[in-house]
Design a protein around this ligand. Structure first.
Ligand code: AMP
Length: 118
């Protein structure tokens, strides 16, 4: 899938406001506009990779660094001991914004059942 301009690209360009939690040269982290948990942020690489499956070997360092940032951001938000990460890949998996992003959710009880796919 080729990259398109998405709402996240526009947020990163400063065209649309967002509640920015953290940003650096590689990524931006914003509060989700429709939070599914008391803490629900999105970690978004600046590089507009549409889906996880569209990443390539050249993105290896970027993807690894995003995972480390998930931990750093969780610690900064005070939820480092209990959080869940999720990446939706593709429309049928619930992806609605086609710019790779990692959901970080915390602050509620996660049960095994909440991973169910129906
Ligand atoms: P996904 O369904 O995995 O593609 O996730 C997209 C997420 O982006 C959803 O959780 C939306 O609530 C969130 N979202 C969409 N627009 C915005 C926005 N303008 N600011 C913050 N989060 C947004």
């Amino acid at each position: 899938m080729s990259a398109e301009v998405t709402i996240f690209t526009r947020i990163m360009a400063g065209e649309i406001p967002a509640d920015i939690v953290y940003e650096d040269d590689d990524c931006i982290c914003i509060n989700d506009i429709q939070p599914q948990a008391p803490t629900h942020v999105l970690i978004i690489p600046r590089k507009p990779i549409p889906r996880l499956v569209d990443a390539s070997a050249e993105d290896k360092v970027l993807l690894g660094s995003l995972m480390l940032k998930v931990g750093d951001i969780a610690r900064t938000l005070g939820v480092g001991d209990a959080f869940r990460v999720c990446i939706n890949n593709g429309e049928q998996a619930g992806q609605t914004v086609f710019h790779l992003h990692i959901h970080l959710l915390a602050g509620k009880a996660f049960t095994e059942g909440s991973l169910s796919m129906q």
